[in-house]
Design a protein around this ligand. Structure first.
Ligand code: PMV
Length: 334
């Protein structure tokens, strides 16, 4: 089964009254959250499973309303006519075009406003979340409903513009409410035995997912046996991790994360700034720490022994030079 979307897609455009009493164009919204990969990045590209968690503190929101003049886009990166938007907004524009194309005969030109607290290029799913929000808002503004699979495909269209041949993990996870198991392109909820509190630390170095994915492919070409062995081990770790998450075995979860970091580094997607934060997390009492997402920059994910320890861990990571830290708890049954 697939996890449900955060906000079901259904037309919810509603007129907002202007302060002078007259109605303004209806506004439709779309939302998606940040995600962190607990284990399995890169290995998923080669068919191994992965586990990802939502990061509730961070999210993206888009508003779409039928345009009354030339369609405009408003975001932290750009305010102006969509037709003149800069190239770096290419992924967002791909998402918008995909949604309008899916709306078919019901498509209407829309003004889009985007707000996102997810830092870009940090392995937290910013591009997929913004694309998901834009697609959802645009479809709603057009009064069009699509099923979950179609929505996933539309987000994947934008993700392909972001980094080539994405596994689909980001596109699925940014719309999930809980921890997910990703295998064969689909997600299932993961049962969580005990609360797990993670600290995410931003190295401040932009992650380079496309480059990192290409580097793993090149290494696999040069050293198929070595890389396959690492990918197999990551797959085995993910499978064991699912059981450990379910039983609440925090020490084992931490150990698997730390081992994954070493394996990812061996695949060539590490970065000295990430190693520095991993070491700082471990010396501050983390049960495990690893890079999360594409790597070569981006964020480190560390498992805290409990919520109190997470505060000390955040402090230490900030003092170690993290550009930002966030704490997120995946709630367990007990
Ligand atoms: O860096 P992010 O958040 O886009 O994560 C990429 C995850 C990879 O496994 C490296 C690529 C993929 O398509 O799954």
């Amino acid at each position: 089964m697939t996890a449900s979307t955060d906000v079901p897609i259904a037309p919810d455009a509603h007129p907002h009254a202007a302060t002078n009493g007259s109605a303004v164009a209806p506004v439709a919204t779309g939302r998606a959250g940040a995600k962190a990969i607990l284990l399995g990045e890169h290995a998923v590209v080669y068919g191994r499973p992965a586990i990802a968690i939502p990061v509730r503190a961070l999210g993206a929101r888009a508003e779409a309303r039928p345009a009354v003049a030339e369609p405009r886009l408003s975001s932290a990166l750009y305010h102006g006519a969509i037709s003149r938007a800069p190239e770096r907004l290419g992924v967002t524009l791909t998402a918008l075009s995909a949604a309008l194309e899916a709306a078919g005969g019901r498509a209407v030109p829309v003004d889009i406003a985007i707000e996102s607290s997810i830092p870009a290029e940090r392995g937290l799913g910013s591009s997929a979340a913004v694309s998901a929000a834009v697609i959802e808002a645009t479809l709603r503004a057009c009064g069009v409903t699509v099923d979950d699979e179609r929505l996933h495909e539309l987000i994947q269209t934008a993700e392909r513009a972001a980094h080539g041949s994405p596994s689909g993990l980001d596109a699925r996870t940014v719309r999930a409410r809980a921890a997910v198991w990703f295998d064969g392109g689909r997600i299932e909820p993961v049962s969580v035995g005990r609360d797990l509190t993670f600290v995410i630390a931003d190295s401040g170095v932009r992650g380079r997912t496309r480059e990192a994915v290409a580097a793993v492919a090149a290494r696999r070409h040069d050293d198929p046996e070595g890389v396959e062995a690492a990918l197999d081990e990551l797959g085995t770790l993910a499978t064991a991790l699912r059981r450990d998450v379910s039983s609440g075995a925090r020490d084992d979860i931490g150990a698997a994360m730390s081992r994954a970091h070493v394996l990812l580094d061996g695949l060539g997607v590490g970065d000295p700034a990430l190693d520095h934060l991993v070491r700082a997390a471990m010396s501050a009492g983390a049960l495990g720490a690893k890079l999360t997402g594409g790597g070569r920059g981006g964020c480190v994910l560390a498992l805290a022994p409990d919520l109190d320890a997470a505060a000390a861990l955040s402090d230490r990571l900030t003092r170690a030079g993290a550009a930002a830290v966030w704490t997120t708890t995946v709630e367990g049954a007990a």
